[in-house]
Design a protein around this ligand. Sequence first.
Ligand code: PMP
Length: 346
Amino acid sequence: MKHRNQVFDNVLDLVGNTPLIKLNKVASKFKGSFYAKVESFNPGQSSKDRIATYIIEEAERKGILTPGATIIETTSGNTGFSIAMVSIIKGYNCVLAVSSKSSADKIDMLKTMGAKVYVCPAHVSADDPRSYYEVAKRLHNEMKGSVYINQYFNQLNIDAHYASTGPEIWKQTEGKITHLIACSGTGGTISGTAKYLKEQNPNIKVIGVDAFGSVIKKYHETKEFDEKEIYPYRIEGLGKNLIPTATDFDVIDEFVKVTDEESAHTARELARSEGLFVGYTSGAATQALKQLGEEGVFKKDDYVVVIFPDHGSRYMSKVYSDKWMHEQGFFDSINEAAAQNIEYIK
Ligand code: PMP
């Protein structure tokens, strides 16, 4: 990985080495210092660039991936985008099986990055041959020499963050970090980063962020998979209705749950107060920070690092749309919300 004032061979040279940026406003009433690891500075604008490059380069090293082969994954989100980007540079075909719930914008973005997209019906069960899991499995079996990334169940997802995100944070904080706050979706980011950091200093507290409607927090506390915890929620990218093996529960001290509404408002606040235009889960992670701050968890000398997984531009039709916020009931009145910052000249 190089530094930004150099000349680069291709866009992949810019993966990783993201900045740690001080949060000056959102947490100013709490004791301690607060910093964001802003992953939107990756070329694909999210932390998933790290796992895409790492997993693909591991497969190359092991001789599993050969030139012109196909890489398969089941996501319309950040991971799909990053795999598509890496595939273009390295000359692989990228095939993504996604749910018909995915927005047209997301599908267009993946196609723009050269991916072949299979849109699979959202209403069928996971074991139906038309589900995106089954379609991905079938394509993987049919295509000789293909690689299935399978991020929720791939140990390399943890290893990628152990090899990069963890060491970067340790170096950037000069070993002063006392708390890590990170969202847990596949769990790769928090698990790999925490594992590395705890090897340097076992006293570092690691806090995962989970959604209401997800099984993860309860599973961490009780080792029980409680289906009653599962219900729909709006934040994309954190929490889950299954237990991913890419989550190492032993390196996480506790989970904090956050609501869709508070996370959305906090994401907007990050733009207005810190000038950081970041995604919904960055709002969720900062919301968790605030809840812990209110509980008086942080002390004067604490050095808290929060991971901001992606960029705000991916949420224009959601969190950053007044209309969407209103439809969710997150604003009292759409006119009231919009009027704060807009004037129509007639
Ligand atoms: N935020 C966003 C926007 C994501 O796409 C993801 C990945 N699902 C996460 C947070 C969580 O990262 P991880 O999968 O490494 O737990």
